[in-house]
Design a protein around this ligand. Structure first.
Ligand code: SAH
Ligand code: SF4
Length: 354
């Protein structure tokens, strides 16, 4: 017998053609789609508006998978971190960051990361492989299983209200699967997350930025972390390949297509590296030069074992924020969440040190 195919992660078109192969009409796509992504069922026998025969046929043809939970931890601030495993044994981490009546799920796109930013724990774990679209989508679906949030809430009140594509991996190094996954996550007849509530962060793979944003319609965040190429190259070697000029020109092009688009620039505050007044001033001129409508997110550096950097002092971070504010830029200081369980930005890692 042929091996069963994973159904999670197929686009609507792919699902329709897979169904055609087993002799089913296109209108079945919508029914099955709703069972999978609106109701979140993990068993074909629960698809009660389909005939028994069809349910059996589907179960013989497809699987409905979730990643396996290896371990989970909940931090003192309620941040929830899962170590997840896929069918080939590869592992990633996912984090849920709850707020009062909402919360963001931080999902991963790759096992490891090839970008190798010096400050990032994930980057110290080389790239093993890309995640498939199904593996990306099923992370969020598993979070919904855990928080009992099926069927998709029809109002905006949700515990799992936002997605940040900011876990392990560089999303634009896995562009095709990421686009496909986002389009499933934001599909109105399924999980139906509003596009405004999904944000993708990239280290700046310049040639892929505009195309990806056009194909998904979600929000863009750029890991900027430095106001010039000299500093940026030292902490983000990818800058040699895609200098700031290329990244910011792509941002400008993206904004020019629609005046309402806003970009978030993430800026990690590293003691003595990128946190001076001059850096803040240079950053402001850079925004003006490219005429970007943007806000900053100042991120306190989260240390991890054996890293070479130190976080900037509180005073420094506040002074930096003030300077940006005076130039008209919002620059909230991100509160680190889940630090006690290594769940904060840049701390995710799924391989044990040798
Ligand atoms: N690869 C993508 C998305 C994942 S990283 C990217 O780099 O944008 C999510 C954010 O965490 C990025 O802004 C990244 O620069 C930041 N980050 C990495 N290491 C960190 C650390 N040790 N402390 C705080 N933030 C970190
Ligand atoms: Fe990769 Fe992002 Fe970490 Fe850089 S910060 S190594 S791009 S995951």
């Amino acid at each position: 017998m042929a091996e069963k195919k994973e159904i999670i992660g197929l686009s609507r078109e792919e699902l329709t053609s897979e169904l055609a192969r087993i002799g089913e009409k296109p209108f079945r796509t919508k029914q099955i789609w709703q069972w999978l992504y609106f109701h979140g069922v993990t068993d074909f026998s629960k698809m009660t508006n389909l005939s028994k025969d069809l349910r059996l046929k589907l179960a013989e043809t497809f699987t409905i998978s979730r990643p396996k939970i290896v371990t989970e931890q909940i931090s003192s601030d309620k941040t929830h971190k899962w170590l997840l495993e896929f069918s080939d044994g590869q592992r990633i981490e996912m984090v849920y960051i709850p707020e009062e009546e909402s919360g963001a799920v931080c999902i991963s796109t790759q096992v490891g990361c090839a970008v190798g930013c010096k400050f990032c724990h994930t980057g110290s774990q080389k790239l093993t492989r890309n995640l498939s679209a199904g593996e990306i989508v099923s992370q969020f679906m598993l979070a919904r299983d855990c928080y009992d949030e099926w069927p998709s809430p029809t109002n905006e009140v949700r515990h799992l209200s936002n997605i940040v594509v900011m876990g392990m991996g560089e999303p634009l190094h896995n562009q095709e699967n990421v686009i496909k996954a986002i389009n499933i996550l934001t599909d109105n007849e399924g999980i139906s997350l509003s596009k405004r509530r999904v944000t993708m962060s990239t280290s700046g793979i310049a040639p892929k930025i505009v195309e990806t944003m056009e194909a998904t319609g979600i929000r863009l965040a750029i890991s900027l972390h430095a106001p010039n190429n000299t500093i940026r190259e030292k902490i983000m070697p990818i800058t040699k390949k895609y200098p700031l000029e290329d990244v910011l020109s792509a941002c400008q092009k993206y904004q020019n297509a629609d005046g309402s688009r806003y970009i978030t620039f993430e800026y990690l505050m590293l003691d003595g590296i990128n946190d001076s007044f001059e850096c803040a001033e240079e950053l402001i001129s850079l925004m003006k030069k490219y005429q970007l409508r943007a806000s900053f997110n100042l991120i306190p550096f989260n240390p991890w074992p054996e890293c070479e950097f130190k976080p900037s002092s509180n005073n420094r971070v506040h002074a930096f924020a003030k300077k940006l504010n005076e130039a008209g830029f919002a620059a909230p200081i991100r509160v680190a969440r889940g630090q006690d369980i290594l769940a904060a930005c840049g701390q995710l890692k799924s391989k044990k040190e040798q």
